[in-house]
Design a protein around this ligand. Sequence first.
Ligand SMILES: [Zn+2]
Length: 256
Amino acid sequence: MSGFSTPAILLRRINHGDHDLIMTFFSREKGRIPVIAKNAKKSRKRFSGLLEPFTVLELVCRTPRRGGMPVLQEAAMQMPFAGIRGDVLKTLYASYWAELLCGWLEEYRPQQKIYRLMYYALRGMDRSLAAPGEMSIIFQVRFLTLAGIAPRMDGCVVCNAPVDRMGPKGVFLDLEKGGIVCNGCAASETRTRMRIALGTVKQLAWIQENEIRKVQRLRLTAVALREGLLAMEAFVPYHLGRVPRSLRVLQQLRRC
Ligand SMILES: [Zn+2]
């Protein structure tokens, strides 16, 4: 019998027939993988309380000889992150990150740095190391950096003017051009551009350059928190090519 074991974060779970669950895991060793848990709904004892969203599990899977989805044999809890599922706002942020990863990760392609990012972002939110909005800015900025699609923050993407010489009110984030644009280059109107404070750009740039373990105790200013969320929640869907459903729900809830 062939198979594998790996730590993995549960991203998505759907019912399959009357008895089985099909799950999408972000595994440390294999990247995104689909896993079926047979009789998981019928025999609740077997995986009791383990197969919950955002939990980190040590999986043991069997690979069917004729191909097809790996079958879950055993699961052991590594991190329950119950503090996330007990809080609506935290659950929505984590759902957004999970949906983003489900769409972006390729099956069976390991992404260990992004795995670590997701792990520490969930851990930080579970333990309230930062406010959920701050943690989400950090997650998105670091994700974009590790995925190789980070916005340019150190200078104008059109004329290369360094950010420090742009003046306090003359900075824009241009989604289409993929970075900040100076006042002079932002003359024409476009719907994919937003004004952003120099202070916000500097705080986002600092997050870009440093690992999550260092930045998760950062306290953003109120302006950077508001603008950073707006900027990232526009930039990420623009470059993924779609708006995750859970992000719409999250934004609706925040408006209430
Ligand atoms: Zn410029």
